[in-house]
Each structure stands twice: as C-alpha cells, then as structure tokens.
Write a new protein. Structure first.
Length: 423
C-alpha cells in the first residue's frame, strides 16, 4: 500500500470504531443513574473500567507486539461487543453495582487490545510505505475524523436515548460488527512481522517485552516525563467528561432532557475538531511542541476551575468547550512527540504502558472527584480537577528544558517517522 492508502484505511477504521464508541458517551452517566446507581457508584463503575485497562495494558500490548496489531484490534472489537451487550443485560435485569463492575472489566479488557495497536500499525505501515511527512499532521487528521465520528455518534446517541437509553448500546453493537468486517479485509500488518507465540510462552514474552519497554520507555527521561504529565492531566479528563451530563442538565434544571446531552456532546466533538485543525497552523507559528502542550494545559486548568465556579448553564458549557479545543491540540502533538522517541519493536507495548500510566491518574480522579462530588458538589469537583491539572506544568517545563530533538516542529527533528536516526 502507498502511504495515502495506509492513512485512508486508518481513518476509515478509526472513524467507524470511534463512531460506535461515542454513541454512549453523551448518555452513559444518565444510563447508569437511570439503572439505579448513585453518582458515586457511577464513578466506581467507571473507575473499575479504567483500573481494568491498567491491569490488562501490558499483557495485551505483548500480544500486539507478537501476534500483530491486526489480531489485537480484531480481538478488541469482539470483546467490546460482548461487554456492550452485557451492559444492556445488567440494566434490564438486576442493575446491580457488582454486575456493572463485571461488565466494566470486560470492556476495559477490550479497550486495552485497541490502545496502542492501531497507532502502532499506522506508524509502522507509514514507515514501510515510505512516508516522509510529519506525524503531527496524520494524527491531527485522525483527530478530526475522531471528532466527526464523535459528533455524529454523540448526537445520534442522545436522540436514540430519548426513545430508550439502551438503544445507543444496541446500535453500537451493530457498528462494532461492521468495523470487524472492514478491519478483517483491509488492515494488514506492514513494517512489522508478527511472531507465533503459544500460551506457555506468554509469561516469558511478557517479561522480555516489558523489560525492553521499560528500557526504551520508562527509563527514557523524555518519555517518562510525557507519561507523568499525562497521568496528572488524566486525573481530571475522564471524570470531567462523564460529569458534565448531570452537572449541566442540573444547571439547566432539565435533567430529563436527554437530547440536550446529545447536543452538548456533539459540541464537545466540534471543539476537539477545532483543536485538531489548529495543530497544523500552530505548528507553523511555534518552534517547539511543548509550547502547544503547556499552553493547552494551562487553558484546560483555568477553564475547568471556571466551569466549577459558573452558576449559569450557557457559561459553563462555553467554558467546558474550551477544554475540548485544548485537548484537541494536546492529543496529536503529544502522540507525535512520543512516537518519535519509540523504537518500532516495542511501539505497541510502550504506548499501552503509556495508557496504563494515564489510567492510574484517571482511576484516582474518578474515584476521588466522584466522592468529592457526592459529599460536596459537582462544581467543586471541576474546581479541584482544574487545580490538579496545573501540577502537570512543571513536568512539561522540565521536558522542555531537556531540549530534545523530538520537541522540534516543522521538520527540524533528527529522527524519521520510524524513529531511525538520520545522522
């Protein structure tokens, strides 16, 4: 395949996958509340999901780095389909916290087979096809497709939810079946040779790849700093996204207006698309990637605190959309910088380990801020989350002080897309 074909297939697969995922994003908290959980139990369930992702990240990353990225993605789709239908079954039967937590573990396992695998497939396939451009632009276009899928998915999920809160989950299952067929036919490993591995070899392979990943990942100062900054930012991100549904509808005093949640989720998708689209323009204005990372982080922190202080629905929504723009800028910029420091052989595992580190912060945020929201208010959760996000700024400043070539933008790097030295 040519690099254009690789990118096109990546965008199609990622688009359908994220469309299926985003169908429930605007109504998931409302779905769980409607099933009988309280706000703290909702975040216990979300925390279990994130914790299970942390638990399974390394084993599933090993599979992606041995059996191949395609196999890992296909397995992800099947497991998430099972977990999605399981959510509906639990809501219609017992609605118990324990059973929702069990389904969350299944969903967490499924998402870990996805994390790292598709990005690793893209980067290696681009390198094998002779791509010489900037990764920032590819990830930014991927982010725009993600935002468009999220726009359609969240708006559609909100409309479906007005009929029945289970409908978005059922439609998601149908889309997952569709993306499985597309990936089966169009996603083939390039620039990477899958290796046969039997079950008895898994512990040894995990130790081998995990050791190499630590050596090429956590023990590399630049990568470690980016991971730590992401962990701090993740403390607020997941909680903030799942909390706006009851918070904003409460400010509007229309907690039954599920279609409004769909519209807000769609606006968040648009805000992230705007941030993605700004990456190319900002890349021409700034010499260093850390300029974008630091500026975006500061905007997220200040806007989150302001959301918590706002007592007006329209003001709070507008301020929260600013965090979407900032995350849209930070995401592709950070991933491009990270991938330029990672060797191909450990790419999927290191990205999975990066997700694991981020998930640690996310679990802490969802449980901690969830408890704070129940004891005090959702607004106080936003204020606290924004203040915690500020703690990532010193970490990014230390990374900037390293003056690493990967921090350079506009083609000034000393590494190619595959991470091979040009010197």
């Amino acid at each position: 395949m040519t690099s254009k074909q690789v990118e096109r297939r990546y965008l199609v697969i990622a688009g359908i996958y994220n469309l299926s995922a985003s169908l429930i994003w605007g109504i998931n908290t409302l779905f769980l509340l409607n099933a009988g959980l309280d706000i703290f139990e909702v975040f216990i369930t979300n925390g279990v999901f994130t914790a299970s992702m942390s638990l399974f990240e390394i084993p599933t990353g090993v599979l992606a780095d041995t059996r191949g990225r395609r196999a890992s993605f296909l397995l992800s789709v099947v497991i998430i389909l099972i977990g999605t239908l399981g959510y509906v079954w639990v809501a219609e039967s017992s609605g118990s916290l324990m059973m929702f937590n069990l389904m969350s573990v299944i969903l967490g396992l499924g998402y870990t087979f996805y994390s790292g695998a598709v990005d690793a497939w893209l980067v290696d396939a681009l390198a094998a096809s002779g791509y010489k451009g900037e990764l920032d632009q590819v990830f930014a276009r991927g982010g725009i497709v993600f935002g468009a899928a999220m726009l359609v998915g969240t708006l559609g999920g909100g409309l479906l939810g007005t009929i029945n809160l289970s409908l978005p989950y059922l439609v998601r299952a149908l889309l997952l079946g569709g993306v499985f067929v597309v990936a089966w036919r169009g996603m083939h490993d390039m620039g990477y040779e899958p290796r046969t591995m039997i079950l008895s070899e898994l512990p040894g392979e995990m130790k081998k790849i995990a050791s190499a990943s630590m050596r090429h990942g956590w023990q590399v100062q630049g990568i470690k700093l980016l991971m730590l900054a992401s962990m701090v930012q993740a403390f607020f991100f997941a909680w903030g996204y799942h909390s706006w549904q009851p918070y904003f509808l409460g400010l509007l005093q229309r907690e039954d207006a599920i279609w409004i949640a769909g519209i807000i989720a769609a606006l968040i998708a648009v805000s992230m698309m705007i941030g993605n689209a700004l990456v190319g323009w900002l890349g021409r204005k700034f010499r260093l990637r850390t300029s974008l990372l630091i500026g975006g982080t500061l905007l997220i922190a200040l806007a989150a605190v302001a959301v918590g202080l706002a007592n007006n629905f329209y003001l709070a929504v507008g301020l929260y959309l600013l965090t979407g723009v900032a995350f849209g800028i930070i995401g592709p910029t950070r991933m491009a910088c990270m991938h330029k420091m990672i060797p191909s052989e450990q790419r999927a595992t290191i990205i999975s380990f990066d997700s694991l580190v981020g998930n640690v912060g996310s679990v802490g945020g969802q449980v901690g801020l969830g408890y704070l929201a129940r004891q005090q208010s959702l607004g106080m959760g936003y204020i606290t989350g924004g203040l915690v996000t500020l703690l990532s700024l010193p970490i990014l400043l230390v990374f900037r002080a390293l003056r690493m070539p990967e921090d350079q933008m506009n083609g000034n790097e000393q590494r190619t897309v595959a991470g091979v030295s040009q010197e």
